[in-house]
Design a protein around this ligand. Structure first.
Ligand SMILES: Cc1ncc(COP(=O)(O)O)c(C=O)c1O
Length: 368
C-alpha cells in the first residue's frame, strides 16, 4: 500500500456529496465568473480571518503580485522576503519589476528572522513579505514594528497557513494586505487554482478589486491598467463547503503532528517546534536530519511518500541567482540539505501515522 505525502482526492471524497451538490448548483445557475459564490466566499473567508475585505483571485502567486501592485510596488523598488519559501513568493515580486532581497530564517522555526531585517533596509525598500512557512506563523510583532519605523508595507504570505494563529489573531490579519493560495493540497484547497487577498484597508481593497479585472470600476471602462485574475464560481462554491471544515481539519493535522512527536521523539532527527505564542496548522510536517536522502529512500521503498520543501533555496536557483551576491543565508542553505516532509493531511489515518513512525524507528535501528 502507498501512503501519499498529501492527498487532495481524499479530501474531496470526505465531502463528496456537498461538493458535488455545490458544483451542480453553479452549473445550473448559469453564472460562472465573479458571481454570488465568489462574493459570499470572499465575505466568509475575510470574516474567518478577522478582516473586512477579501478579494478572490486566480491563484496565490497572483494574490501576492496584486497585493504588491496595490501597495504601489513597482520597478526599482526592493521587497524583503525569505529565500526559504516556494518560488512563487519571489516570482510574484519579480513580476512587479521590483527586486527581491533575501533575509535568513530563524534556525528553530524556519520562518523569517526579524533580527535580520534592519540591515537589509535601504532607501529603495518598499515592503516586507513574511512567509508563514509550513503553517507556522512568523514572529510578527518585531516585523510590524520595524515596518512601521521605516514606513514599509507588510504583505503576509499565508499560502501555507490558513487558520494559523499568532498572539490570539489569525495570520492574514496583521499585514497591510495578506495573500492566500487555494492550491488543491493547501489546508484550504480548491479542486483547481484559486487565491485570495485579505485586508482591513478599504482603499487597498478597492485598488486590488479593480486591478484584478483590467482596472474596471465599471464594466468595460479601465481606470488604470490592470490584469485578469479572477476566482471562478465553481472553485468558490467548493471552497465555501470546505471552509466549514477548516478548523476541524487543522485540528486533525495537529493530532497527526502530536502522534509523530510522541513516536519519533529521541531519534536522531529534529521535529518541528511551535513557538509559545503560535498555533501551528501543520500544512507540512518537516523533520530535519543529516542522512535525509537515506531515510527518504528507505521510506520510499516501503511505499511511504515524502517530499522536500524545498530542495534548492530560491536565491540559488538559476532564475534568481543574480540576487545571490553578498547574501549570507547560512541557515537557509543548510536546511535544503537536511529537511524531509512526512505525510500529513486531515484524512490520513492514525494507524498509517503509527506505521510510518515504526518504519522510521526501524530505519534508526530501534525496535518499538
Ligand atoms: C509559500 C507560498 N507562497 C505562494 C504560493 C503560490 O500559490 P499558487 O500556487 O496558488 O500560485 C504557494 C503555493 O504553492 C506557497 O506555498
Amino acid at each position: 500500500m502507498i501512503i501519499q505525502c498529501s492527498n487532495p482526492k481524499a479530501q474531496y471524497l470526505a465531502h463528496k456529496d456537498e461538493i458535488d451538490a455545490a458544483i451542480q448548483s453553479v452549473l445550473n445557475g448559469g453564472w460562472y465568473i465573479l458571481g454570488n459564490n465568489v462574493k459570499e466566499f470572499e465575505n466568509e473567508f475575510a470574516n474567518y480571518i478577522g478582516v473586512p475585505h477579501g478579494i478572490g483571485v486566480g491563484n496565490g502567486t497572483d494574490a501576492i503580485q496584486l497585493a504588491l501592485a496595490s501597495c504601489g510596488v513597482s520597478r526599482g523598488d526592493e521587497v524583503i522576503t525569505v529565500s526559504h519559501t516556494a518560488v512563487a513568493t519571489v516570482a510574484a515580486i519579480e513580476l512587479t519589476g521590483a527586486d527581491p532581497i533575501f533575509v535568513d530564517v530563524d534556525p528553530v522555526y524556519f520562518t523569517l528572522n526579524p533580527g535580520q531585517l534592519e540591515k537589509h533596509i535601504t532607501s529603495s525598500t518598499k515592503a516586507i513579505i513574511p512567509v508563514h512557512i509550513y503553517g507556522h506563523p512568523v514572529d510578527m510583532s518585531p516585523v510590524l514594528e520595524i515596518a512601521k519605523e521605516h514606513n514599509l508595507f507588510v504583505i503576509e504570505d499565508c499560502a501555507q497557513a490558513h487558520g494559523a494563529i499568532y498572539k490570539g489573531k489569525r495570520v492574514g490579519s496583521f499585514g497591510d494586505m495578506s495573500c492566500f493560495s487555494f492550491y488543491p493540497t493547501k489546508n484550504l484547497g480548491a479542486l483547481g487554482d484559486g487565491g485570495m487577498v485579505t485586508t482591513d484597508n478599504f482603499e487597498l481593497a478597492r485598488k486590488a478589486r479593480l486591478l484584478r479585472e483590467y482596472g474596471w470600476a465599471e464594466r468595460y471602462i479601465s481606470h488604470f491598467a490592470g490584469w485578469n485574475t479572477r476566482l471562478d464560481e465553481i472553485q468558490a462554491a467548493i471552497l465555501r463547503v470546505k471552509l466549514k471544515y477548516l478548523d476541524r481539519d487543522n485540528a486533525k493535522r495537529r493530532k497527526i503532528a502530536e502522534c509523530y512527536h510522541q513516536e519519533l521523539e529521541g531519534l536522531n532527527l529534529s521535529l518541528p517546534k511551535t513557538s509559545p505564542e503560535s498555533q501551528h496548522v501543520f500544512h507540512l510536517y518537516v523533520t530535519r536530519l543529516n542522512n535525509r536522502d537515506k531515510l527518504n529512500e528507505y521510506l520510499s521503498q516501503k511505499g511511504i511518500k515524502t517530499a522536500v520543501h524545498y530542495p534548492k533555496p530560491v536565491h540559488l536557483q538559476p532564475a534568481y541567482a543574480k540576487y545571490c551576491s553578498n547574501q549570507n543565508l547560512e541557515t537557509t542553505a543548510g536546511l535544503a540539505e537536511e529537511i524531509l516532509s512526512l505525510p500529513i493531511y486531515p484524512e490520513l489515518a492514525l494507524d498509517d501515522v503509527y506505521s510510518i513512525c515504526s518504519t522510521i524507528n526501524e530505519f534508526f535501528g530501534i525496535d518499538k
